[in-house]
Each structure stands twice: as structure tokens, then as C-alpha cells.
Ligand binder design. Structure first.
Ligand SMILES: Nc1ncnc2c1ncn2[C@@H]1O[C@H](COP(=O)(O)OP(=O)(O)OP(=O)(O)O)[C@@H](O)[C@H]1O
Ligand SMILES: [Mg+2]
Length: 358
């Protein structure tokens, strides 16, 4: 395939741009903590009694805001499994009455930024339960035995007060017992967890999340009623995610451009995509005072990335050529240069598109 001479430079620039955008824009934390004292009466009556570390007096749990959080974008199979969990909640007494154990716990696993925390917030909000988030930094202690004791008071609290308990970075607590480091303490933690998971009541719901399921003690993974693995988003989810971002909606970015960005972000996590698009929107506002250049900026971002793929796939080639012509107003010759195809090929692709549009 013929490449334009500046191809290598373009690739380097694009990578640098992506990196800069990703670092510049902060990921939104779906579990924005709320001040416990302020929200206490509204959410959990006993929040004043939230468990604390006896030595440091630090609160071991925090109440997280779930209202107004957007549901995660999930593939159909994962969505069905999450919905099935939520659907059991209102009928759990009926399940118990006929001798069926309702699901009480789920382990969410998957790479960073695919929505484990967001899904936990969504489950709690759909179950209409207070979401209590374990503050691992306060729970983990270098003092022998204290982490286990803290964990036990958290689990006691969560079983006595109807809630959704969320333990993020679960692997920090439930590592395989054969792990060499700190064997005694880990064994104790794993044993506490095993015991508590076995006697977890139907009233409360436990959600644990990990990026490293393979590190977990297998006896613990087995104790969860449901295991859900969240994958990186496929093209359909990427497009849905992009087209549902507020900046994209408010500027009515075209379906085609959302599609181009979806194509260009293959292998990205949901979080990376959100940061990239929001970072681009932020730059547009900084530069122009509004989002007027967002669509063009997105196309500029996506096209160079796609030209590498375009050489291999005729459909992608057509999409890229049309977007570059319609949204960037590039000449057919320039587009041909970008895509590394002949000028007549681009003219043909674009006139076919225009005929179809009329
Ligand atoms: N499935 C998703 N649907 C919509 N947005 C998502 C999804 N996953 C991630 N995001 C975006 O990325 C941000 C971070 O996601 P989240 O913290 O839920 O990911 P995570 O899997 O818990 O990541 P980590 O492993 O780093 O804790 C969210 O606030 C949201 O903006
Ligand atoms: Mg998370």
C-alpha cells in the first residue's frame, strides 16, 4: 500500500495528541462521595454509627451518591445479566418463600475503565438501596490483625443495615492464600471473607470489583452468587457511548462522525473514549469559547488513525473518505494522499455517496 511521506510523522503526532488528551482530561468518578453527615438522614438512618477504625477513628465506609448517575453502556449479554440481578430484588421474599436463594452478591471483573464502579452505582440505584463504599485506605492497616478486624466491622454493619456494599479493588483483600507476602494476615482476611460471604443475608447486596480476577483466592470467587466479566467495548457500544455524551448531543455531532470515532477507538476502554471525546470538547471551548469545532476536531482526530485501517478494509476507506470530504472539506487529492489510494478511487467513492444522499 502506498503511504504518503508524512505518514510516520502523522502517526507520532496522533499518538502524542491522544496521550496528551488522555492525561489532560480527568476521568469522571462515578462515585462522587457525599458528605456522610449531610446525607445521613436522607440515606441510611444509622450513618452516624458508620464503622470506624478504633485507633485512627477514620470512617471505614462512605455513602456514595447514585442518583442522577447514568447507567453504564454494556453489551447485550452483560446488560441482561445485570438486569436479571436487579429484577430479583423486589421479589426476593417470594423467592425465599419457595425455597429459592435470591442472588446476594456479584463479582465484577474486567480491565480498567470499563464501568465496574459505574455498574455498582447503577445496581444500587436501580435496587433503590444506599450504596456504601468501602474505604480501602482506611481499612488496610499495617498493624497485624487490624485489617481483619476493620473488615469484620464493615461486613457486620452492612449485614445489619440493608444496603448495597461495594468493595472496589477486591484483590487487595482477597488474594490467593499461597501468595508469599504477609501470609498470616492474608489468610485471616480470606477466612473472614469466606465466613461472611457464606452467611451474607438476603437483605443486603454485596458487590466486589477487581481488575485482577486471576489473583483472587478461588474459594472466594466461588462464594459469589454471580460473576460478571465486563469486556472492552465493541464497535456498537463505542458508538452508543460516544453518541450519548452530553457534548456530542448538544452539538448534534453527526451519526457518521460518531461512527468514525467508534471505528478509530478500537481497543480503547469506555473511560478512555469518554476522556478523549470530552478532552476534545474541552479544547474546542478553550480555543473558540464554544463547541463549534467539535465535530471537525473529532474527524481530524479519527481520520489519521483510520487511514492505517483503510488500506485493509474498503468499507472503512469509504467512511473515512466521505467524512474527510464532507466535514473537513478536504480535496479529493488530499484525501487520496491521506488514505494512500488513487485520486480516481476517492472521486468514485465520494460521488457514489453523494448520489446515495440525493
Ligand atoms: N460501561 C460504561 N458506560 C459508560 N461510561 C463508562 C463505562 N465505563 C466507564 N465509563 C466512563 O469511565 C468512567 C470511569 O469508569 P469506572 O470507574 O466505572 O470504570 P472501572 O471499570 O471501575 O475502572 P477501574 O478499574 O479503573 O476502577 C465513568 O465515570 C464513565 O465516564
Ligand atoms: Mg472502578
Amino acid at each position: 500500500m502506498r503511504r504518503p511521506p508524512e505518514d510516520a510523522n502523522h502517526a507520532v503526532t496522533l499518538r502524542a495528541e491522544l496521550r496528551a488528551l488522555l492525561t489532560a482530561s480527568q476521568a469522571q468518578n462515578p462515585l462522587r462521595g457525599v458528605d456522610v453527615a449531610q446525607s445521613a438522614r436522607a440515606v441510611v438512618p444509622e450513618t452516624t454509627n458508620l464503622p470506624r477504625d478504633p485507633e485512627t477513628n477514620q470512617v471505614l465506609l462512605r455513602v456514595a451518591e447514585t442518583t442522577g448517575s447514568h447507567g453504564p453502556v454494556l453489551d447485550d449479554a452483560t446488560r441482561e445479566r445485570v438486569d436479571a440481578l436487579i429484577a430479583e430484588r423486589p421479589v426476593r421474599e417470594a423467592l425465599v418463600d419457595v425455597g429459592l436463594q435470591p442472588s446476594r452478591s456479584v463479582l465484577l471483573s474486567g480491565p480498567p475503565g470499563v464501568g465496574k464502579t459505574l455498574t455498582a452505582a447503577h445496581i444500587a440505584s436501580q435496587m433503590k438501596q444506599t450504596l456504601l463504599v468501602v474505604d480501602l485506605a482506611s481499612v488496610m492497616s499495617s498493624y497485624l490483625g487490624r485489617t481483619g478486624r476493620n473488615l469484620r466491622s464493615i461486613l457486620d454493619f452492612a449485614t445489619q443495615n440493608e444496603c448495597v456494599l461495594f468493595i472496589d479493588e477486591f484483590d487487595a483483600l482477597a488474594k490467593r492464600r499461597e501468595d508469599d507476602s504477609d501470609v498470616g494476615e492474608l489468610k485471616r482476611l480470606v477466612n473472614v471473607l469466606l465466613l461472611e460471604l457464606d452467611r451474607w443475608p438476603a437483605g443486603s447486596f454485596l458487590i466486589a470489583a477487581t481488575n485482577h480476577k486471576e489473583l483472587l483466592d478461588s474459594a472466594i470467587s466461588r462464594r459469589f452468587d454471580v460473576l460478571i466479566e465486563l469486556p472492552l467495548p465493541a464497535i456498537g457500544e463505542r458508538k452508543l457511548l460516544i453518541s450519548s455524551l452530553p457534548a456530542i448531543i448538544s452539538t448534534a455531532v453527526s451519526d457518521d462522525t460518531c461512527g468514525l470515532m467508534a471505528l478509530a477507538t478500537d481497543g480503547f476502554s469506555h473511560s478512555d473514549i469518554v476522556r478523549l471525546c470530552n478532552g476534545t470538547a474541552r479544547e474546542s471551548i478553550v480555543r473558540n469559547g464554544d463547541l463549534s469545532s467539535l465535530e471537525e476536531d473529532l474527524v481530524r482526530l479519527a481520520v489519521p488513525k483510520l487511514r492505517a485501517l483503510a488500506g485493509e478494509d474498503a468499507k472503512i476507506r469509504e467512511k473515512v473518505a466521505v467524512a474527510a470530504s464532507v466535514h473537513l472539506g478536504l480535496s479529493n487529492r488530499k484525501i487520496a494522499n491521506i488514505l494512500g489510494v488513487s485520486h480516481p478511487t476517492v472521486s468514485r467513492v465520494i460521488s457514489t455517496f453523494r448520489e446515495r444522499e440525493q
